[in-house]
Ligand binder design. Structure first.
Ligand code: NAP
Length: 251
């Protein structure tokens, strides 16, 4: 049967993978949640919006006769990834995740690792600081319990409403970001702590490297749990997997 893929996207890596799949002449659709106003151009046909939980996704897989699912969502998109594991198992559709290796702390880093967003909020209790808060728009309200800080916010879209911080500065920009620029940014705003998800990959690493270069502490949020599934960090593995998945599982 000719493959008909569903790529769960929303990352630079997914955009890159779709280009590779399109160049290889593979038929498929890429799905985005619809969180950003102007998503990056995609090399595969695009659908936008939630499926309606696991049952909605299972139904979509059946109706659209999807033969393979590639989960290339962000490592913090835990709900979508869990739904994909369950819906694919129910429908007998092979699934692979294209993920980024997490960033690793080196001797030159000053990380405080926290398990989740609530842990990061708790880590910011105390005296006023100048914080680069790089956790995405959705989680900003959770940080408003610490209004004593200055917050530097870098967002993909201009915020629809004012973030609830008395002292903040918004930069609207999307990755990939560079070390020189991020070092200059941290210096310009006299940042003394960076708060980041452990997203992994290269596109968002510059702020971590910049904090390392400047000797600044980083509150690093660990990744959420995702049920086990076949996984690779390498685009070409996905093509190799496509050529045999359905007859055997894994890469
Ligand atoms: P999430 O919490 O795991 O997902 C919540 C719900 O949003 C899902 O249950 C699903 O709705 C819908 N959804 C998520 N990704 C989708 C996709 N690719 N296509 C269709 N529906 C999707 O995910 P999230 O953290 O809100 O992330 C949303 C999107 O932004 C993802 O595509 C992710 O790759 C991207 N992103 C996330 C982050 C981050 O830090 N979380 C950072 C950069 C990019 P239904 O249950 O209705 O199907």
């Amino acid at each position: 049967m000719e493959p008909n893929l569903l790529v769960l996207g929303g990352t630079l890596e997914a955009t890159r993978l779709c280009r590779l799949l399109s160049e290889a002449g593979v038929r498929g659709t890429v799905s985005l949640a619809g969180r950003v106003a102007k998503p990056a151009a995609q090399a595969l046909p695009l659908r936008v919006g939630g499926f309606g939980g696991t049952p909605g996704l299972a139904k979509y897989l059946a109706t659209e006769r999807i033969t393979h699912v590639i989960d290339a969502t962000h490592p913090f998109a835990a709900q979508m990834s869990a739904n994909a594991v369950q819906a694919c198992a129910e429908q007998g559709v092979p699934l692979i995740a294209l993920t980024r290796a997490p960033w690793q702390e080196t001797a030159a880093d000053r990380w405080q690792r926290v398990p989740d967003i609530a842990g990061a909020v708790a880590a910011l209790a105390g005296a006023p600081r100048r914080v680069m808060l790089a956790v995405g728009r959705m989680h900003l309200p959770e940080f408003t319990v610490n209004p004593q800080h200055f917050y530097l916010l870098r967002l993909v879209d201009p915020p629809a409403e004012q973030p609830g911080f008395p002292d903040h500065h918004v930069i609207v920009d999307r990755g990939p970001f560079g070390l020189e620029d991020d070092t200059a940014l941290l210096q310009e705003h006299r940042i003394d702590v960076v708060v980041s998800k452990n997203s992994g990959g290269t596109g968002a690493f510059a702020k971590i490297a910049a904090a390392r270069a400047l000797g600044l502490p980083v509150v690093m949020i660990d990744r959420p749990h995702i049920p086990p599934r076949p996984e690779t960090h390498i685009d070409e593995d996905v093509l190799r997997w496509l050529s045999h998945a359905g007859t055997e599982r894994g890469v």
